[in-house]
Structures are given as structure tokens and as C-alpha cells.
Design a protein around this ligand. Structure first.
Ligand code: GUN
Length: 291
């Protein structure tokens, strides 16, 4: 038996069509388009590619995309001044400061300067706290995209055993919070966990977000498990995930490929969060759950 391949690219494309329809409704009702500001400091090539594709996707969804490209030697004070200006700019609904930021800028200080109600990345501690306590806020794009793929694959997640491998603020921790909220029994595993194969082997759902090529072996998996691979590792053999995909195919029930799985979901959810932000700020009715 071979696992079902979870087609994140197709899911993301369909989500972007629903978002574009929501944007058109919003624009008709309010007379303006949602605006997303993306800030890139320095010329990291990978970040530069991400920022360009975010800009294109924003425009394709009918939103206004504003790019701020600042030199690598930008001072923290100048960056904070830009964030403050975006916070008070009524045409901007979402602010994303691309990470990582160059030294010596203090990333935490910059994230905390963003208005939590424009923090479409969901990185501000206020939004992390809202997620942890079940209040409405913004959820980081990658884990929310993973949750959408899981619900689309499995339906109701209640009662399932889930393992999240990785405990980053961007993926692992918010992913665990989302799965807890969906009534899974959640284990967060990480580099110091003992007996990772044993922990993974009990899980109905495995979310791998460690950034180590093919670290999760096929024979660790419980037969029929659903596997979400967040890893994007550049190797001599090309892009590979955190899961040994070929070996996992024979054991898993369903699995995301790399590329074409989780990756395309991140930008689609960023657009979703920006539309949700615009609707909240203008009191425009939007059924976010239907997106
Ligand atoms: N760098 C890599 N991924 C992300 C992301 O989702 N948001 C931001 N702001 N920076 C990133």
C-alpha cells in the first residue's frame, strides 16, 4: 500500500481563489482593498525570493502589496520608526517583517513593535498568548496551513495522538497549541527527546518541523499515520523534507511532499490573515472559517 499524497499546492490554489472572492466582496463593501506591507532588511537571496513571491501573490489576490526594502546596515531605530509608521497607516492591514533580521538588530524588539492587530505573521507575544488562551488573534501562517491540510485529510481531529517534532516559536509551539485546541493528545518532541522513534511510533499525526534532512525514518511511523513535513532542506540531491519521504510512503496513510506540500500553504494563509485583518478593522462581516 502506498500513502495518499497530500497536495498542498492544489489546496493553496483553491484557498487563494476563495480569498480573492472575499477580497472582492470586501472592496465592494468598503471602497478599499486590503493592504499588506512586507519589510525586508538586507539582501539575503532566499528572503528576497520569498518577499517577491509574497508581493506577487498579494496583488494576484486583489490586495495592495507594499514592499519596503531596506539596506542591511539599517539601524534598529530606523526600522522601528518604519514599523511605527505602518502601525498608524490606515491603508495597511498587515505588517510582515521578514526574518531573519541582520545583526545587530534585536528581532524580538521589532516583533513587539508591530501592532498585534496588524501582526499577520502571528509572531507578537500578544498573539502567541491569544492562541494559547483561545482568544481570537493571528495564528502563524505555516502551522495554520498544516492544520488546514490535516482537517482536509482527516476531518475531525478529536482524540487523535499527535506528535510535533520541533519547538520553534514560528512552527512547533503554535502547531502544538492548534492541535490541542482541536482536541488532539499532543506530544512536543525536540532535539533532547529520548526515544524519538518510540514517540513517533505512537502517533496518528506527525508534524515534522526540525530542519534536518530525512531525519524521520519510514519505519518509525505507525502504519496509516498522517505525516506533515514542514522541512525545506537544501541538499546535493535537491530540496528534501525532514521526513524520509520514499520510505514513509510505504507506511503512512497520507503524507505531504517536499516541495508542493506545506510550502505553498504559507503564503496562502498570509493572504487569509491579511483579509481577516482588514475585515476586523473595518467591521466587515467575513466568515473566516469558510476560507
Ligand atoms: N522567514 C521565514 N519564514 C517566515 C515567515 O513566515 N514570516 C516572516 N516574517 N519571516 C519568515
Amino acid at each position: 500500500m502506498s500513502a495518499t499524497i497530500i497536495d498542498g499546492k492544489a489546496y493553496a490554489a483553491a484557498l487563494r481563489i476563495r480569498i480573492a472572492a472575499g477580497v472582492a466582496d470586501f472592496a465592494e463593501a468598503t471602497g478599499r482593498r486590503p493592504g499588506l506591507a512586507v519589510v525586508l532588511v538586507g539582501e539575503d537571496p532566499a528572503s528576497s525570493v520569498y518577499v517577491r513571491s509574497k508581493g506577487k501573490a498579494t496583488e494576484a489576490a486583489g490586495m495592495i502589496g507594499i514592499e519596503h526594502r531596506l539596506p542591511a546596515d539599517t539601524s534598529q531605530a530606523d526600522l522601528l520608526a518604519l514599523v511605527a509608521a505602518l502601525n498608524t497607516d490606515a491603508t495597511i492591514d498587515g505588517i510582515l517583517v521578514q526574518l531573519p533580521l541582520p545583526e545587530p538588530i534585536d528581532e524580538a524588539a521589532v516583533i513587539q513593535a508591530i501592532d498585534p492587530d496588524k501582526d499577520v505573521d502571528g509572531f507578537h507575544p500578544v498573539n502567541a498568548g491569544r492562541l494559547a488562551t483561545g482568544l481570537p488573534g493571528f495564528v502563524p501562517c505555516t502551522p495554520l496551513g498544516c492544520l488546514m491540510l490535516l482537517k482536509d485529510t482527516l476531518g475531525d481531529l478529536a482524540g487523535r495522538d499527535a506528535v510535533v517534532i520541533g519547538r520553534s516559536n514560528i512552527v512547533g509551539k503554535p502547531m502544538a497549541a492548534l492541535l490541542t485546541q482541536a482536541s488532539c493528545t499532543v506530544t512536543v518532541a525536540h532535539s533532547r527527546s529520548r526515544d524519538l522513534p518510540g514517540i513517533v511510533g505512537r502517533a496518528d499525526i506527525v508534524v515534522a518541523a526540525v530542519g534536518r534532512a530525512k531525519m524521520v525514518k519510514g519505519d518509525w511511523l505507525k502504519p496509516g499515520a498522517t505525516v506533515i513535513d514542514v522541512g525545506i532542506n537544501r541538499t546535493e540531491a535537491g530540496l528534501v523534507g525532514d521526513v524520509d519521504f520514499d520510505a514513509a510512503l510505504a507506511v503512512a496513510g497520507a503524507i505531504t511532499p517536499v516541495p508542493g506540500g506545506v510550502g505553498p500553504m504559507t503564503i496562502a494563509v498570509l493572504l487569509r490573515n491579511t483579509l481577516v485583518s482588514a475585515a476586523r478593522r473595518d467591521g466587515h462581516p467575513l466568515d473566516a472559517a469558510s476560507l
